[in-house]
Design a protein around this ligand. Structure first.
Ligand SMILES: [Zn+2]
Length: 94
C-alpha cells in the first residue's frame, strides 16, 4: 500500500514535469509520460485522472489549443492529438 502511494506521488510529479516541459522540449515531456505510464502499470494504479492529459499512442503530454484539439459534440468529447493525429472519444455524463 505504501508502495502504491509512493508511486502515485511519483506519477503526479512526472505529469507535472511533463506539463512544464512540453512547450520547451516535447520529446522530454514524452519521456516523462512514458515513465509515469510504466510506473502506473508496475504498481497497477489507474491513470484515469490523467487520461485526458496524454496521448496513449505517442505519449505526448496534451495541452488543448497547443498540441491537441478538444471538441464536444452531442455529449461526446473528442480529443485529437496533433502530434500523431490519433483521435480519442469520451462520452460525457449526462
Ligand atoms: Zn499522439
Amino acid at each position: 500500500m505504501k508502495e502504491k502511494q509512493k508511486a502515485l506521488e511519483e506519477i503526479e510529479r512526472l505529469f507535472e514535469l511533463a506539463k512544464k516541459t512540453v512547450k520547451k522540449d516535447a520529446e522530454k515531456a514524452r519521456r516523462y509520460v512514458k515513465k509515469a505510464r510504466r510506473k502506473a502499470m508496475k504498481v497497477k494504479v489507474s491513470l484515469r485522472k490523467y487520461k485526458k492529459n496524454f496521448c496513449k499512442k505517442c505519449n505526448s503530454y496534451l495541452i488543448p489549443g497547443y498540441n491537441c484539439k478538444v471538441r464536444i459534440n452531442k455529449g461526446v468529447l473528442s480529443i485529437k492529438c496533433l502530434e500523431c493525429g490519433s483521435y480519442r472519444r469520451y462520452k460525457l455524463k449526462a
